[in-house]
Design a protein around this ligand. Structure first.
Ligand code: BEZ
Ligand code: FE
Length: 291
């Protein structure tokens, strides 16, 4: 038998040969990942009996995903979010909260270098929406306040858009970094968030449409909390009255992250400086795990 005649042709033999081709990969973790990837990818194609037309369509979808991705639009992360992979990776990384605040998805709209803002300062640089005073204390799992923690906040406006999605809005609108005071407290004035759709004018949107899935996320505010000696916390607070809490397009709602946005009237003694008319108060303490 010649070398060509001995090449694998059955489905099972092709899978075995592709797995074996990584046997000499010197990095054991990379070898494990590549062999598992090939094993599961082949099992998937075999299970659905993938046709040649479907294979070609998948290649075209991946090509479109690459073409629509740039420094402001990350369609690959959107696939990960919409297929539940982002939240699966989050669950694997944080199987138990151990008394700490739960984490959730990052999403595509965080941008570096948000402005440092003072305690209680407003994030709002363009008026619109109902102001929301969010305040709380950052503690460790022993209940001790953490001074000097950084709370990086970003959110959408009442038009549903994040600042990075608009060419017209000032760059620092609805984002800012707050440093906790000696007693671990932080406070900021944002806007009551509204439900919004994940970007759905690209390949992920086409998949949602074809599957009759909606693209909506419930109203939320994003935060990343960091402090030396503690694990980084990437989380949200969700408005308890929002639609879509039960059907978030990216599976990111955790019951422990739902907060009441308490309506307050103008003239309330706790009204933040500069706020006129109705506003909301949100109490949101957070707990960090040791590194
Ligand atoms: C977000 O919350 O900003 C988001 C998360 C996942 C996909 C799209 C948007
Ligand atoms: Fe978001």
């Amino acid at each position: 038998m010649t070398a060509i005649e001995s090449r694998p042709t059955s489905a099972a033999a092709i899978t075995a040969a592709a797995v074996a081709s990584f046997e000499n990969c010197p990095d054991p973790r990379l070898r494990t990942i590549l062999q598992a990837l090939v094993t599961h990818l082949h099992a998937f194609a075999t299970e659905v009996n993938l046709t040649e037309d479907e294979w070609l369509e998948a290649i075209q979808i991946l090509t479109k995903t690459g073409h629509i991705t740039d420094d402001k639009r990350q369609e690959f992360i959107l696939w990960s979010d919409a297929l539940g992979v982002s939240m699966l990776v989050d669950a694997l990384a944080h199987p138990n909260a151990n008394g700490a605040t739960e984490s959730t998805v990052l999403g595509p709209f965080w941008t570096p270098n948000a402005p440092q803002r003072a305690y209680g300062e407003s994030l709002i640089e363009e008026p619109g929406g109902t102001p929301a005073l969010v305040r709380g204390t950052i503690r460790n799992t022993r209940g001790e306040p953490i001074a000097g923690a950084q709370v990086d906040v970003w959110q959408n406006g009442d038009d549903g858009l994040y600042t990075v999605q608009s060419d017209e809005l000032p760059e620092d609108h609805l984002r800012g970094i707050y440093t906790t005071r000696e007693d671990g407290s932080y406070a900021f004035v944002g806007v009551r968030p509204v439900p919004y759709t994940i970007p759905h004018d690209g390949p992920v949107g086409a998949m949602l449409d074809a599957a009759r899935r909606h693209p909506w996320r419930p109203a939320h505010i994003h935060m990343i909390v960091t402090a030396p000696g503690y694990q980084r916390l990437q989380t949200h607070i969700f408005d308890s009255t929002s639609s879509y809490l039960d059907s978030d397009a990216v599976f990111a709602v955790k019951r422990s992250l739902i907060r009441e946005f308490q309506l307050r009237n103008a003239g309330d003694p706790e009204t933040p400086t500069g706020v006129t008319g109705q506003w909301c108060l949100v109490e949101n303490d957070m707990v960090l795990e040791p590194a």
